[in-house]
Write a protein that binds this ligand. Structure first.
Ligand SMILES: Cc1ncc(COP(=O)(O)O)c(C=O)c1O
Length: 383
């Protein structure tokens, strides 16, 4: 049995949800803040955060709970040992090319503050930490827009040309991209890395790549061949436990050693370490779980395509990106779904390069998607 794949039973409406929380952050408010620290959950159905709903199993969670007292009482291992668990679980050839982070966001922040100087090129819309943090640190941001008219696709040639034209010294690509679901093939990425080998840094954020296809186009075992290249990967989304904060970067040993000098010795907590140890024997179950998520995404895409007031873009991740007809107010739809149906979907208004008509909807098991599609039909009919 999977650990909590289904939403709790609930009344449909959630009138007490505080919509003003959305004005206080450029990310979306956390599940904890929306639910008063899980006290007033009232069955909030989260289609906002894309996560693996089929992992971990109930028995793995039970094993983890048993270890929590010791994990809390003692210091965790150092980064070096933890990278061995990551390498073995994620099939990365050499643990010395890995650095573990307290969520991939920790590594993103270290790269933003220590490595990315002067200017950065990012296709937009993108994950907020690749946009807001560099801007706040005074880095000049150059962008290219993923377009509705081009089905949110970007060619590798166009990307390279735009980076060269901008003169940016660093570049980031999320592959697949959050929130558009766009992807570059492995061959395209290697082409990009070769063409941009003069940049200070080029970072490929593969946080969602496990949900792109049965054989994801990862460059995790190629990236060390380039002196300026990094792969970033979030583990929380993949193993269904993003509250634990787990992620990592891969690069050549020289880059990894440079970054390690700055990291706290015990940046990974003991519970994450225990989880990483326990999932070693769950590789097959993990693989099956991510394939189930891929099937759920196909179902989600098909069901959303039935809604003629949404334009659904092709996706290579565990969410779909969709644009709502201009006659229907996107923000109002998000709020109505929250308050009247307890469904939380990601309105992308606060993302650079996106609008309040654009939504990212996370894949969930079929019955949840059916609930959402009916909820949307009902709310739109009242608008
Ligand atoms: C593309 C991308 N990278 C990294 C992250 C950060 O993940 P975490 O810090 O939870 O590992 C996110 C979170 O949504 C993301 O969308």
């Amino acid at each position: 049995m999977t650990f909590k794949t289904q939403f709790p039973e609930s009344k449909n409406n959630n009138k007490h949800i505080d919509i003003s929380l959305f004005n206080q952050t450029t990310h979306n408010p956390s599940y904890a803040s929306l639910t008063n620290n899980f006290e007033k959950i009232n069955g909030l159905k989260d289609f906002c955060i894309p996560v693996n709903t089929y992992f971990p199993s109930r028995s793995l969670m039970d094993d983890l709970y048993k270890k929590i007292p010791s994990a809390l009482k003692y210091y965790p291992s150092s980064n070096n040992l933890i990278t061995e668990y990551i390498a073995s679980f994620s099939d990365i050839e050499n643990p010395k090319r890995i650095i573990a982070g307290n969520g991939s966001t920790e590594i993103i922040s270290w790269l933003n503050s220590l490595f990315i100087k002067d200017s950065l090129f990012v296709p937009v819309p993108s994950f907020g930490r690749w946009i807001e943090e560099p801007i706040n640190l005074g880095v000049k941001l150059h962008t290219i827009q993923y377009c509705d008219s081009n089905n949110q696709l970007l060619s590798s040639k166009k990307f390279v040309e735009a980076v060269l034209k901008s003169g940016a010294k660093n570049a980031v690509i999320c592959n697949p991209n959050n929130p558009t679901g766009s992807i570059f093939s492995r061959a395209e990425l290697l082409f990009i890395l070769r063409k941009l080998d003069h940049l200070d840094n080029i970072i490929i954020d593969e946080s969602f790549i496990d949900f792109s296809s049965k054989t994801p186009p990862t460059i995790k075992n190629d990236v060390h061949l380039f002196s300026n290249a990094w792969v970033i990967k979030s583990l929380g989304k993949n193993v269904g436990l993003h509250g634990l904060r787990m992620g990592y970067a891969i690069s050549n040993e020289n880059n990894i050693n440079k970054l390690k000098k700055h990291l706290p010795y015990w940046n990974i907590n003991g519970i994450s370490e225990m989880l990483l140890m326990l999932i070693q024997k769950e590789k097959l179950a993990y693989d099956e779980s991510r394939v189930k998520v891929i099937h759920d995404t196909i179902y989600l895409t098909d069901r959303f395509s039935e809604l003629d007031f949404f334009k659904v873009f092709p996706t290579n991740s565990n969410f779909v990106f969709a644009r709502l007809d201009s006659q229907i107010n996107g923000e109002e739809l998000r709020n109505r779904l929250l308050k009247n149906k307890s469904c939380f979907i990601r309105n992308c208004e606060n993302k650079m390069g996106s609008t309040k008509q654009h939504f990212r909807i996370a894949a969930r098991p079929k019955q949840d998607v059916d609930f959402l599609v009916n909820a949307i039909r009902e709310e739109v009919s009242k608008m």
